[in-house]
Design a protein around this ligand. Structure first.
Ligand SMILES: NC(=O)c1ccc[n+]([C@@H]2O[C@H](COP(=O)([O-])OP(=O)(O)OC[C@H]3O[C@@H](n4cnc5c(N)ncnc54)[C@H](O)[C@@H]3O)[C@@H](O)[C@H]2O)c1
Length: 335
């Protein structure tokens, strides 16, 4: 048996707790040598000092999105392999910088739904994929938008690039659509202090006819999970990316991204989410940022609740937009 890989976690206090459990679940395969967070209570507050003193072979980075690039560069410079949380970076220029620094190292990005067994089974159901559409309606209360320093900030957060990031990345991977593409967006927000969209539609059309449509909101008291309807040359099917559901059947056997990274180091198993696979997601994040602030919906469109703001009827609008592949503005919503 190979010796346990030494692992460190940078960004341990937030979602990092999930990674600590994932590290623990790998048992003898890994040895946690350090935790690091700028908040007290962990082994280190300075990740550079930690990298110098503990020399981990593998590092998990789970810090806020805008800190990913500098920390990732330090980790790669120190000679470690890296599991970097999503979104890896926020611009294509940063993507290229990171890709160059990762030459000769293993770099996995934390879109964990790409380890889903549904991905292997899908082609057998639908054949060559021609289109996908996502309908998601969730409720996020006011305090969601103050949960951390980067919550609600331009280029870092938002229904498309954060809350529904896994749905978006999964749909990009399922359709295989990459730039150049034709992108159109229709984005709204319900809170003046929040710079990003909480409600949006997105349409992507590839030159060869493949298409992707996303309709999402965080202002719905009726829950629509964000499943992906996939159409191919031989059929259609419904993918529940969060629970590995394919047409309602939950498939066992999701591969964890850290485990896959260890398999890659030990025996050359291909990485499930190499940086290159996420380039279309970063291209979208960059385009969404470039579009500027979303439209602020007026109070006449909203129903205040004790803990937040609801858009009445939004779940129905999300379903309709996704079914018709039509932007909210094209189906007469919010006018
Ligand atoms: N894959 C998923 O399902 C999933 C789920 C939640 C969050 N995330 C991603 O994980 C990352 C962290 O999200 P979060 O919700 O935990 O954010 P957060 O802001 O709550 O926590 C990030 C942690 O990083 C720490 N930190 C900040 N700068 C640091 C630095 N220079 N060195 C060490 N620690 C530092 C903070 O103190 C905090 O404890 C984000 O990229 C987010 O998108 C992924």
């Amino acid at each position: 048996m190979t010796a346990p890989a030494t692992v460190a976690l940078i960004g341990a206090a937030g979602h990092g707790a999930w990674h600590l459990r994932a590290i623990d679940a790998l048992g003898e395969r890994v040895r946690l040598v350090a935790t690091c967070d700028v908040q007290p209570g962990f082994d280190y507050t300075d990740h550079r000092l930690m990298l110098r003193e503990r020399r981990p072979e593998v590092v998990v980075v789970c810090t806020p999105p805008h800190t990913h690039l500098p920390i990732a560069l330090d980790v790669l410079e120190a000679g470690a392999d890296l599991l970097l949380e999503k979104p890896p970076v926020l611009s294509l220029a940063d993507h290229r910088t990171l890709a160059a620094a990762a030459e000769g190292r293993a770099l996995q990005i934390g879109f964990q739904a790409l380890g889903s067994p549904t991905m292997d089974r899908l082609p057998g159901r639908v054949g060559e994929v021609t289109s996908a559409s996502v309908a998601g309606a969730w409720w996020r209360p006011d305090d969601y938008w103050t949960r951390s320093s980067w919550a609600g900030r331009r280029g870092r957060d938002g229904a498309l690039v954060n809350a529904f990031a896994h749905a978006l990345m999964q749909a990009l991977a399922i359709t295989g659509i990459r730039p150049p593409w034709t992108l159109s967006l229709d984005r709204y927000r319900t809170r003046c202090a929040v710079e990003v969209e909480d409600t949006a539609t997105l349409r992507l059309d590839a030159p060869d006819g493949r298409s992707l449509f996303v309709a999402v909101t965080l202002c719905s008291t009726e829950f629509v999970p964000g499943d992906i309807s996939v159409a191919g040359k031989d059929g259609t099917c419904e993918v529940g990316y969060a629970q590995d559901r394919l047409d309602g059947e939950v498939l066992p056997g999701r591969t964890g991204l850290l485990e896959n990274l260890l398999d890659h180091r030990d025996r050359g198993t291909p990485l499930l989410v190499p940086l290159e696979r996420t380039e279309p997601f970063t291209a979208l994040a960059e385009a969404i940022l470039a579009e500027g602030p979303p439209t602020l919906l007026g109070p006449d469109r909203l129903a205040p609740r004790p803990d937040g703001v609801e858009i009445p009827g939004i779940a129905g609008l999300v379903r309709r937009a996704a079914a018709e592949r039509a932007h909210f503005r094209e189906i007469g919503a919010f006018q």
